[in-house]
Design a protein around this ligand. Structure first.
Ligand SMILES: Nc1ncnc2c1ncn2[C@@H]1O[C@H](COP(=O)(O)OP(=O)(O)OP(=O)(O)O)[C@@H](O)[C@H]1O
Length: 313
């Protein structure tokens, strides 16, 4: 049994067109299933708009689920997720790309970090103070940070504050949505190190949402590659890096500029496979009297005909 299971999750948004609302929906997440085990890290990767954040937001109850189930430690929590003080809210936390925006600018850091404790625990003032100081120390911030405001910190420090708040209740599962993508490389490494340390201490699992395969490679044991609301490939990190099956995954991998120098051959092979698959699908598409207008643009340089199918699971 997984810690968290997601079964055929769908999140559809109504599409508005013209002055009359259209009845059509945008299938931002269109039937994904995942089983996440305790203590392991998972990466959700895909281009912008593929539906990654929507998955994370649905799991913590920030998006209304159209269909499917979320099961936490064997219990179906789908209906309870949206409720303010549900057990699910304390078990599963989320940190976002822009913590500057998610931390209340009018509150001091001490108040921000202790908020989840107020909502879910019955600590005395002393116990609460002790716990908040512990959390600050865990993310490498000094005691005097308690009475400061979010704008007095750098981007990396704010992300660490968000991390301290997210783990205040010792959740077993934290969703990190592009937690380092707006930070400089050296600051990224620092934040990732704090995340790893906290994971070791608390034995929690991360679902790491990122468009950057380099970052998820460092952090994750398993990866799901997402394209247009669906998974096109899912599996062990190493398998996916060394032997990607789906052309979309190959394209994402071949686009990493700093793929380890030791992996130049892999890079070359991926590019050859992409060219060849592109050519084959183009030929079969044209043989079926396809129109160029129906091609799905994957990027400015690559186009692939029809829906990706090879390797689809
Ligand atoms: N509240 C909303 N209402 C309508 N459409 C939405 C809403 N939120 C997201 N979408 C659309 O759903 C699709 C998936 O968005 P989502 O943010 O989940 O993708 P993503 O892969 O996380 O991309 P990014 O990395 O750019 O955030 C996009 O087409 C987006 O425009």
């Amino acid at each position: 049994m997984g810690l968290l299971e997601i079964k055929d999750l769908k999140v559809h948004y109504p599409l508005k067109s013209g002055f009359l609302s259209s009845k059509r929906n945008l299938a931002a997440v269109d039937g994904i299933s995942l089983s996440l085990e305790e203590g392991k890290n998972y990466g959700l990767v895909g281009e912008s708009g593929s539906g990654k954040s929507t998955v994370g937001r649905a799991i913590v109850g920030l998006e209304r689920i159209t269909a499917g189930q979320i099961i936490y430690e064997g219990t179906d929590v789908t209906a309870a997720i949206g409720k303010r003080k549900s057990a699910h809210k304390r078990n599963v936390q989320m940190i976002f790309q822009d913590s500057g925006a998610s931390l209340n600018p009018k509150k001091q850091i001490g108040q921000i970090i202790s908020e989840p404790l107020h909502n879910f625990e019955q600590f005395s003032q002393q116990e609460e103070q002790k716990r908040v100081l512990e959390l600050l120390e865990m993310v490498g911030l000094p005691e005097d940070a308690l009475r400061k405001y979010p704008h007095e910190f750098t981007g990396g420090q704010r992300q660490r504050i968000a991390l301290a708040r997210a783990v205040a209740l010792r959740p077993k599962f934290v969703i990190a949505d592009e937690p380092v993508s707006v930070l400089d490389l050296s600051v990224q490494a620092q934040v990732l190190n704090y995340m790893k340390r906290i994971q070791e201490q608390y034995k929690l699992s991360y679902l790491f949402i990122s468009h950057d395969l380099g970052v998820v490679k460092q952090m994750c044991d398993e990866l799901a590659i997402m394209y247009r609301g669906r998974f096109v490939e899912y599996g062990d990190r190493q398998d996916i890096y060394l032997n990607p099956q789906h052309i979309y995954t190959k394209r994402l991998l071949s686009a990493i500029p700093n793929l380890d120098p030791g992996n130049r051959e892999l890079h070359k092979r991926l590019r050859r496979e992409i060219e060849s698959e592109y050519k084959q699908s183009m030929e079969s598409y044209l043989a079926k009297d396809g129109r160029v207008g129906d091609l799905i643009p994957l990027s400015k340089t690559h186009r692939i005909a029809g829906k990706p199918s090879k390797g689809e699971r």
